[in-house]
Design a protein around this ligand. Sequence first.
Ligand SMILES: [Zn+2]
Length: 211
Amino acid sequence: MEDFCYFCGHSGANTKEDIPPLSFFPKGFRKTIKVPAHYRCNKKWSDSKAIEYCRNLLTGLSHSNSIAQRLFMTKSRRSILRNYPLRKKMISELRKEIDIYSPRGIYLGSTPGVQYDAKLMDEFIKHIVKGLYYHHRGIVLSAQANINWKLQPFYRCPEWINRLPTIVIDNNIFRYRYAILSSNPIRSMWILGFYDLYIGTVIAATDTHSP
Ligand SMILES: [Zn+2]
């Protein structure tokens, strides 16, 4: 089982990937979930703009979390200042309440104050959910897995979420709740908590690779 890459589903995994990525933590923090991956898949992912973009966005939105704020003022600030197109993009996105649609055009509600790059967020959430799903079930979710998600502050989370057990990686940085449908295990729901935000994620896939 350890031999399979959680991302591409092929055998020959020769490294481990951190869930969530290490750049979501301050220096010295190393509490992550490790999942098997190919070096090439891991490298492609760590080089992707999605991690940096989402770290900047999520730390920037977590106003009452001191770790997020510190990360935002150091790592995120450096990356935003260094990267002019990213800075321009983030400034233009941080604006009034907007409607959120899934990549397939399903209306997911509205969120205060921010519009974000759905493609980069999608890429990011897919990696996190695939990693966690593999961690719990030992099953690789298909690349075609259909994911709908929305980003919302903690206080706007629905009541029922409180009934799910929370798995805490680091209480101030990352924790999650999940439910996998017993009648159809490919359908699952993931509530990902980054800093003081929750991302509600619904994932459905029909094609999986099970080691
Ligand atoms: Zn791979």
